[in-house]
Design a protein around this ligand. Structure first.
Ligand code: MN
Length: 491
């Protein structure tokens, strides 16, 4: 399913106390609100007005239907009038979809002349949403609260960003990851409990033989390679005479894609330590698959592969780009400090500032032929880097705000794509915090999602979330991590 195919059910709380006329008005307005939100162009998915809920049975039935509807990625609730919350308990304790409590109001302003007790009884969201908030808190039901006027663009966009996180949660529940080869020998942070991630996040992480991939590569036809080479030439500048090396990458890409699609996998990992029967480590092959929306992790890192696929899905239709990334090296000039991110080959061209070049260079690691790869500079702008680590007994998602910049030097002898950024709150504090939290060297770098969305996603998946932003200090983070560790052990 594509992101835009998901729906969100709008459930409006009320009760029979006010008589049929008020209930008709509430229902009419709820439909109008859904129509206006859908017409705004600020939401990635459709809002479907479902019910003006007046009884326990209506709420319980609607939530049960939402749980079982594949297209429903979450519910949005709001109380136009007062909606006694004991009516909501049986529904909410069984809720299996993300929930947003939209604390809004039909009218923007208090009408000075018109306002009387009838108006007050019809327009009492300030009252009803507090009763509704209590039951969410009392039941400890995970939820997002968005407060503001429903016609305001910034509020609609915030709702839209939450929808993207919720659709990412739905996507996660169905995600399959194909592993070629195991985790890189001796590496700890890329390891993880595949049973735990399947139970918590839904991921089916399984392995396929590298030998089967080698056979599939060898069976690709020249006509298939010709077609993909045309696509490469339309998107990238051919900056090599070694066309045969590029054609071999096209062959690898076609074969990997065939195997992924045959199993319905949207992400894959491989490792330079297991390339049996392959002539090159996949470079442009992986990069172009990433650009098509597949997730990828190097050195057997299936966690980052899955997270790349999920964040790409959350950012569907946006233009900033999302890439598999690795923190490589620092520029520590005082007051002018930057991180340089890259990888051996596999940075996604969706984050490129300009038109990537296809180059072929020697690669010492892996002991194979010189691989073709895309070389480019990453674009400027606000972004995040995201890392999922397995703490033993629970998963921790770490998200750091970064400001990507045009690389401050050309680095003409660096044979790979490169992205340069300033970490928040600054390189040294940000680095201290990242290391304290146990964040990996592999990340997903994205211009298309923000920390709030990743926090929303982590809440939906019931995993720990750590944010490193402009106000974070190492002292406060250390304390938060200590308390969080205790809380998650008790949970
Ligand atoms: Mn790596």
């Amino acid at each position: 399913m594509s992101l835009k195919d998901y729906e969100f059910w709008f459930i409006v709380g009320s009760q029979y106390l006010y008589g049929p006329e008020v209930l008709e008005t509430v229902a009419k307005r709820a439909q109008e609100m859904a129509d206006t939100l859908n017409a705004s162009g600020n939401l990635p998915c459709k809002v479907v007005y479902k019910v003006t809920a007046k009884t326990n049975a209506e709420i319980t039935d609607t939530i049960r239907d939402a749980n079982h509807d594949e297209k429903c990625a979450g519910i949005i609730t709001w109380c136009h009038t007062f909606s006694p919350s004991k009516m909501w308990i049986n529904g909410l304790v069984n809720l299996q979809k993300p929930w947003c409590h939209f604390a809004t109001q039909y009218n923007r302003e208090i009408p000075n002349e018109e306002i009387d007790m009838d108006f007050m009884n019809l327009n009492q969201a300030a009252h009803g949403d507090r009763e509704h908030g209590f039951i969410g808190a009392r039941l400890r039901t995970p939820r997002k609260v968005i407060a503001g006027y429903w016609q305001d663009k910034d509020i609609q966009e915030r709702l839209g960003r939450w929808m993207r996180a919720a659709a990412g949660a739905a996507f996660s529940k169905t995600l399959k990851v194909m592993r070629f080869g195991d985790n890189m020998r001796e590496v700890a942070v890329t390891e993880g409990d595949k049973v735990e991630v399947q139970a918590k996040l839904g991921w089916q992480v399984n392995t396929w033989p590298v030998g089967q991939l080698a056979e599939t590569i060898n069976a690709v036809t020249d006509a298939e390679v010709d077609a993909l080479m045309k696509e490469y030439e339309s998107l990238y500048d051919m900056a090599t005479d070694n066309i045969e090396a590029v054609r071999y990458q096209a062959r690898e890409e076609i074969a990997i894609k065939k195997m992924l699609d045959a199993e319905g996998c949207c992400a894959f990992s491989n490792t330079f330590q297991d390339l049996y029967g392959m002539r090159q480590l996949p470079g442009i092959a992986t990069q172009h698959l990433l650009a098509s929306g597949y997730g990828y992790g190097a050195e057997g890192d299936w966690k980052v592969a899955a997270m790349t696929a999920i964040i790409k899905f959350m950012g569907e239709g946006l233009k900033g780009g999302t890439a598999f990334m690795e923190d490589y090296t620092y520029h520590l000039a005082q007051g002018n400090e930057y991180s340089l991110g890259a990888h051996m080959l596999e940075v996604c061209p969706s984050v490129a500032a300009g038109r990537p070049r296809i180059e072929v260079h020697y690669l010492g690691i892996g002991g194979k032929e010189d691989p073709a790869r895309l070389v480019f500079e990453g674009r400027e702008g606000k972004a995040v880097v995201v890392s999922l680590v397995d703490m033993g007994g629970r998963l921790r998602l770490i998200c750091q705000d970064i400001q990507c910049v045009k690389p401050i030097m050309p680095m003409p002898n660096l044979p790979v794509a490169r992205v340069m950024w300033q970490a928040m709150p600054d390189l040294k504090t940000g680095l201290e915090c990242w290391i304290l939290a146990g964040g990996a060297h592999h990340t997903v770098l994205s211009h298309d999602v923000d920390a709030e969305q990743m926090r929303d996603w982590a809440r939906m998946m019931d995993i720990e979330f750590v944010h490193i932003g402009k106000d974070t200090t190492a002292e406060s983070l250390e304390k938060d991590l200590f308390l969080s560790d205790i809380a998650w052990k008790l949970k």
